[in-house]
Design a protein around this ligand. Structure first.
Ligand code: NAD
Ligand code: ZN
Ligand code: ZN
Length: 367
């Protein structure tokens, strides 16, 4: 089985042939069909985050269930499943109160199965981990059954894959974390897979003004097609960018979403808020990055900052809902896919992402 492995964070992807064990109790084997390249993979590739290795990257994938281990009633063999990168333990307080995105005992953070072992091995017997327990840059993976969510009939595999990360993260940040009301004004900083999903979420929520911000002009055109009402090309002059956003939102947006993960744009998302406004932080920085803001006006104006992990996704409920919206033509997730690559193309896709080029690259298997 071929998979894209890094030895440790900060080292390049290598394609390796790995052995995959059969699924054990509570696990399923998935033949991967599609896997998007997300900036969180790039963070690991570039060494921004400490992670164990060697590890198969990829966490935005979908495939078909090939076999199930003992005790698994869902999913079933043959199901198309989207994979969640935050498999819920279903036992902790967060899970029991329906906040699975905050699960305190998810196996995913250990990059192993729930029993602490891995199903992937090199020929010499050495263990290889799976990023977030799903490592979707692989032809086949064994994953926790709770990570494999059956999708509605007819869902395109690429759409299912993107629901696994950027769509749930961006749409959910708007509709679930922030609960954007119809008629609101929204600004989205950063128009990658996550930010464009936030734009689509704002359309779905009925936001009246949707201001899309990116450094790259081509991203603004896509955002406009998806329903952004105003576009601002961010340059080096932060005050100009700020003025354009404030102007487009009649004094500042009700909600500002940061979907890049830079201190400067996080600070700007807070800085553009009018009194009562909310900044929702979605982009992830390298470890240790700090941001600051002017405290007096923030408190005096009753502003808010919210952090949003995984768009507050409850995968088993939200993934099929997002797919149904796509099938009904109300969430054009397919528009995010602009390149299909094979595993050998991942390093190149990372390069393009570093330059801000293109939309989602998707690894398609066996195509
Ligand atoms: N919170 C979560 O649960 C969660 C989930 C998935 C991804 N993320 C994070 O979200 C972020 C975005 O992910 P993505 O896959 O969409 O990334 P991406 O690289 O595809 O998109 C980032 C966009 O930001 C733009 N950009 C970069 N610097 C900019 C600047 N200074 N001003 C304006 N625009 C700028 C780029 O041109 C690009 O369009 C990453 O940090 C990722 O790790 C968070
Ligand atoms: Zn991701
Ligand atoms: Zn839990």
């Amino acid at each position: 089985m071929r998979a894209a492995v890094i030895e440790r964070p900060g080292t390049p992807v290598r394609i390796e042939d790995l052995r995959v064990d059969d699924p054990r109790e509570g696990e399923v084997s998935v033949r991967m069909l599609a896997s998007g390249v997300c900036h969180s993979d790039l963070h690991v590739r570039d060494g921004d985050w400490e992670r164990p290795g060697p590890i198969v990257l990829g966490h935005e994938g979908a495939g078909v269930v090939e076999s199930v281990g003992p005790g698994v009633s869902s999913p079933r063999v043959g199901d198309l499943v989207a994979l969640t990168w935050y498999a819920p333990c279903l036992r902790c307080a967060a899970c029991q109160t329906g906040r699975q995105w905050g699960c305190s005992d998810s196996p995913s953070v250990r990059h192993r199965m729930a029993d602490g072992t891995t199903r992937l091995h090199r020929d010499d017997g050495a263990d290889v981990l799976a990023y977030l327990s799903i490592g979707t840059f692989a032809e086949t993976q064994v994953v926790p059954a709770t990570a494999a969510i059956p999708m509605p009939d007819g869902t395109p595999p690429e759409v299912a894959a993107l629901i696994g990360c950027c769509v749930s993260t961006g749409v959910g940040a708007v509709t679930k974390t922030a609960g954007v009301e119809s008629g609101s004004s929204v600004v989205v900083f950063g128009l990658g897979g996550v930010g464009l999903s936030a734009v689509m979420g704002a359309v779905l929520a009925g936001a009246a003004r949707i201001v899309a911000v990116d450094r790259v002009a081509a991203k603004l055109d896509v955002a406009r097609d998806l329903g952004a009402t105003h576009c601002v090309q961010a340059g080096d002059n932060r005050q100009e960018t700020r003025a354009a956003i404030v102007d487009a939102t009649n004094g500042g947006p009700d909600y500002a979403f940061e979907a890049i993960g830079l201190a400067a744009t996080i600070e700007q998302a807070i800085d553009v808020l009018p009194p009562g406004g909310t900044a929702v932080l979605v982009g992830l920085t390298p470890f240790g990055v700090r941001a600051s803001f002017d405290v007096f006006p923030f408190v005096d104006g009753s502003r808010r900052i919210l952090g949003s992990n995984y768009g507050f996704a409850v995968a088993s409920v939200d993934f099929p809902r997002y797919a149904e919206l796509q099938l009904a033509g109300r969430l054009p997730i397919e528009r995010l896919v602009d390149r299909r690559i094979d595993l050998d193309g991942i390093e190149d896709a990372f390069d393009r992402m570093r330059r801000g080029e293109g939309l989602r690259s998707v690894v398609t298997f066996g195509a």
